[in-house]
Design a protein around this ligand. Structure first.
Ligand SMILES: NC(=O)c1ccc[n+]([C@@H]2O[C@H](COP(=O)([O-])OP(=O)(O)OC[C@H]3O[C@@H](n4cnc5c(N)ncnc54)[C@H](OP(=O)(O)O)[C@@H]3O)[C@@H](O)[C@H]2O)c1
Length: 253
């Protein structure tokens, strides 16, 4: 296994002919990951809730001459199992398989004490950050099984490893994400060609980070482009056989 995936140098054709779905592909890390996967040859399915943002990424991929992307708008806060089955059916018809699934979309929610978090807020964050991942993964598993080798990446966070005051349901959702990753990885190990890992991007200059730390100078954190090596490593063939592990996209200082 590559001991330093944050230094991974992806060959240009790493993801040639791969079909990869990215959630939250319209902005931030998901947008950059989608463009980066496309730049390495993948046909990317852009999933997110704001159609205009997805269209802008689609156009960017087209203008760069990368494989034509596909757009699949969905609101993870409101979608139910039937919506994910429809997603499966559409992708089955269009592509017949899925080589990669990057669960990237998340919402931060209001940062406040648990004592002041109402149950609607709690449930919304859990719905978007955990329940949606469960439903989408379950619905799309047959497509991942149909690929010769498939990679599922769940997106974690530092507060999903050690809880921190005022990070409420967001932190708890990231612990749950790690649990979903470990449980699924163990279930699929040795019986499928699907590997399942989690990835903590680390502090990255996106809208979410700027909203969580409004007093911070945004440029102290790397741009999403700088953290792509681990995303590419986990999506490509060099991570085959690696499963059930938690990765950090930025080296711990
Ligand atoms: N940035 C960091 O420092 C950092 C650190 C640790 C972990 N992370 C994790 O990295 C991932 C990406 O974060 P980011 O910083 O790139 O965040 P971001 O800039 O806020 O982007 C989040 C993306 O998720 C989408 N999304 C949010 N709610 C959605 C919903 N209900 N349905 C569908 N799509 C939805 C957004 O779509 P719209 O734009 O259409 O709303 C957007 O494309 C998240 O899982 C986050 O928890 C980030």
């Amino acid at each position: 296994m590559n001991q330093q995936p944050h230094l991974y140098q992806a060959p240009d054709n790493l993801l040639a002919d791969k079909i990869i779905l990215v959630t939250g592909a319209g902005a931030g890390i998901g947008r950059t990951a989608a463009i980066s996967f496309a730049a390495h040859g993948a046909t990317v399915v852009l999933v997110g809730k704001t159609i205009e943002k997805l269209e802008a990424v689609y156009d960017e991929i087209e203008q760069a001459g990368y494989p034509q992307a596909a757009i699949y708008p969905i609101h993870l806060g409101g979608a139910v199992m039937k919506d994910y089955q429809d997603m499966h059916d559409t992708l089955q018809k269009e592509f017949g398989r899925l080589d990669g699934l990057l669960h990237n979309a998340s919402m931060l929610g209001d940062r406040k004490p648990i004592a002041q978090t109402n149950s609607d807020e709690w449930q919304e964050v859990m719905q978007v950050n955990v329940n949606a991942q469960f439903m989408m993964t379950q619905a799309l598993l047959p497509l991942l099984e149909a690929a010769p080798s498939a990679s599922i990446i769940f997106t974690s966070s530092g507060v999903g490893k050690k809880g921190r005051a005022y990070w409420g349901p967001y932190a708890v959702s990231k612990f749950a994400t790690e649990g979903l990753m470990q449980t699924l990885a163990d279930e699929l190990d040795n019986i499928t060609n699907i590997r399942v890992n989690s990835l903590n991007p680390g502090a990255t200059n996106t809208a979410m980070r700027r909203s969580a730390y409004p007093a911070e100078e945004p440029t102290v954190n790397p741009q999403p482009e700088a953290i792509m090596p681990t995303y590419l490593y986990l999506m490509g063939k060099d991570s085959e056989g690696v499963t059930g592990q938690a990765f950090d996209a930025q080296p711990k200082s």
